[in-house]
Design a protein around this ligand. Structure first.
Ligand code: ZN
Length: 455
């Protein structure tokens, strides 16, 4: 068995189904993980040892969808609940959901990290014991670099008052500039004034505030990031400065008298401003597109990737489209083929729908140049499940490349190049990782003097 960076023992696809040379090429890549929400290690070390770190956000949704009762769900999320009690809430529905991508990331991870093959009545205690034993300084390096073969992770932090983060693990963590608040129906004027000291009474002031953050972080962040497709459409109209200034005044006045379309117009103006600024600074524009995390609220009309076409035409910025815009990934192949500034990103996609991700890779391999696909991003708050997700990505890419080699459409050398481009080199180039690391090593910005309280 391979001893290379991603050469773990827990496998999604049996190695015998894959071409040995292709698998070795895939496993030898030190991945640039294009998207995470990971906590700082110092924060992680203070968190309770429960099953939350395995189920938070994603896997819980599939188990809930398999038919958890309201009581079971309440027990899982109860304050101060033990891991063993959380298992009592999950155990009935778990067998029905454990084969999904979300849940496979758990079973692959606990096998690789802790030698435990499944969640059962008799494995919960040993699992929690092993997690506790390993949870000490250096745990992130161990999980990410040693076990998952990840070179660095690009983190979208959401800390109050700042748009990126000062980190205790520079080099391992790099950050996006999180601009989503500027496309939100709540303006948060007071918080941003408190954090920056900039008067945001007018649109001109608000722009000075946004610029304060671009100047604070511009040389260190790898991209700007916007997740507004969770609450509004991806259609950003062009709005004149005069109109935006008038509507901003109406919106932020004591009694907000702006209508929803008027607020959208101001947001559209602000996002155009951010994209222009990103273009000037040669920062890619990361956008959430596609599927919504959670259950029972998704409105698929919000996240149509084709709504972004005016932006692709207007700006030379590189657009990094997340999650394959699932399930609109065939649109994304066409957009990335046509527009030279659109990069499909498989972050989160490998576990949302592993088969769709395989289909995308099969299609992209013969429709797009090799330098235009970003092959992996975990999209987790907890590093405990990154191994399993990255294993699904590595094995999935190895399967698609194996098929191409076995059918004579690709040489092994070209397959190795594809693996390296998709999992590492494209991200190194797009986000200018070496340059950003050097800037980060020169010194991170001073802490924010008056950060607003955490909600
Ligand atoms: Zn995310």
């Amino acid at each position: 068995m391979s001893r290379l960076p991603g050469g773990g023992q827990a496998r999604w696809i049996a190695p015998r189904a894959l071409d040995g040379a292709v698998l070795e090429a895939v496993d030898s890549v030190r991945i640039v993980d294009t998207h995470e929400h990971l906590d700082e290690e110092a924060v992680r070390l203070t968190q309770p040892n429960t099953l939350t770190k395995f189920f938070m956000y994603y896997s819980f949704c599939d188990v809930a969808s398999a038919g958890m009762t309201g009581e079971e769900s309440a027990l899982f999320w109860k304050a101060g609940v033990s891991g063993e009690d959380q298992w009592r809430a999950l155990r009935r529905a778990w067998p029905l959901a454990k084969h999904t991508g979300f849940c496979r990331a758990i079973t692959l991870s606990i096998k690789e990290l802790y030698g435990i093959d499944d969640l059962r009545d008799d494995t919960i205690k040993p699992l929690l014991r092993e997690v506790a034993r390993r949870n000490k300084p250096g745990v992130l390096e161990w999980m990410l670099r040693e076990k998952s073969g990840i070179e660095c992770a690009l983190v979208n932090a959401n800390d109050p008052g700042d748009l990126a983060r000062r980190t205790g693990t520079p080099g391992l963590f790099l950050f996006d500039l999180a601009v989503s608040d500027f496309c939100h129906d709540t303006l948060k004027v007071a918080s941003y004034e408190q954090a920056t000291g900039v008067d945001c009474g007018t649109l001109a002031g608000w722009k000075r505030m946004m610029d304060w953050y671009f100047r604070r972080w511009g040389n260190q962040v790898v991209a700007i990031k916007n997740v507004c497709a969770y609450w509004r459409v991806l259609k950003f109209e062009e709005v004149s400065e005069a109109t935006a200034a008038r509507l901003y005044g109406k919106w932020q006045g004591r009694k907000n008298r702006a209508t929803k379309p008027e607020m959208k117009a101001v947001q559209d103006y602000m996002f155009h401003w951010c994209v222009q600024r990103a273009t000037d600074l040669n920062l890619p524009v990361k956008l959430h597109a596609g599927y919504h995390s959670g259950n029972d609220y998704m409105d698929m009309s919000l996240f149509q990737v084709k709504d972004l076409q005016n932006m692709f035409r207007k700006y030379r910025a590189k657009f990094d489209i997340f999650h394959l815009s699932y399930p609109e990934w065939t649109d994304l192949v066409a957009l990335a083929k046509h527009y030279t500034n659109v990069w499909p990103n498989l972050c989160w996609a490998w576990i949302i729908d592993p088969e769709a991700s395989l289909a995308f890779c099969r299609q992209a391999l013969h429709a797009l140049p090799l330098n235009r696909v970003l092959g992996f991003g975990g999209d987790y708050g907890f590093a405990d499940v990154v191994y399993g997700h990255s294993r699904i990505a590595r094995d999935g890419i190895a399967l698609v490349l194996t098929e191409a080699v076995r059918t004579g459409r690709l040489t092994r050398a070209d397959a190795a190049l594809a693996a390296r481009r998709w999992l590492r080199d494209n991200a190194m180039d797009l986000y200018r990782i070496e340059e950003k690391r050097a800037a980060q090593a020169q010194g991170q910005p001073a802490p924010i003097k008056n950060p607003p309280a955490k909600k």
